[in-house]
Design a protein around this ligand. Structure first.
Ligand code: HEC
Length: 89
């Protein structure tokens, strides 16, 4: 009986470790999204999405810095969104 308990707890520990290790990595579904897609899905959650030509490149850099924090996006995600916005302004 003792052996079974030990085996179970080791297995549970290994699963917990593997899960926590994995959760640091953004999912492939998110990584595969384009800047335009992230922009369309994320930036309308709180306000109307300003169209790309609303701001200059420099203004988008500043807005992106604020909105990365507001929208809780990774550096990679906000970079893609900013690239998209700058390519279309
Ligand atoms: C969690 C809510 C939230 C999300 C998501 C969000 N925003 Fe915002 N946004 C705000 C708030 C609140 C303001 C008001 C000003 C401030 O707090 O900086 C704002 C202001 C702005 C402004 C300034 C508007 C102006 O007319 O001066 C821009 C540009 C902007 N957001 C762009 C974006 C973009 C692009 C995204 C997507 C990456 C985004 N926002 C996602 C909450 C959000």
């Amino acid at each position: 009986m003792k052996k079974i308990v030990i085996i179970l707890s080791v297995t549970a520990g290994a699963i917990a470790f593997a899960t926590s290790f994995n959760s640091c990595k953004p999912s492939e579904a998110i990584t595969a999204k384009s800047g335009a897609q992230i922009w369309g899905e994320t930036c309308i959650r709180c306000h109307n999405t300003p169209s790309p030509d609303t701001f200059s490149d420099v203004e988008w850099d500043v807005a992106a810095m604020h909105m990365q924090i507001r929208a809780n996006l990774t550096a990679d995600e906000i970079e893609k969104v900013t690239k998209y916005l700058k390519s279309a302004n």
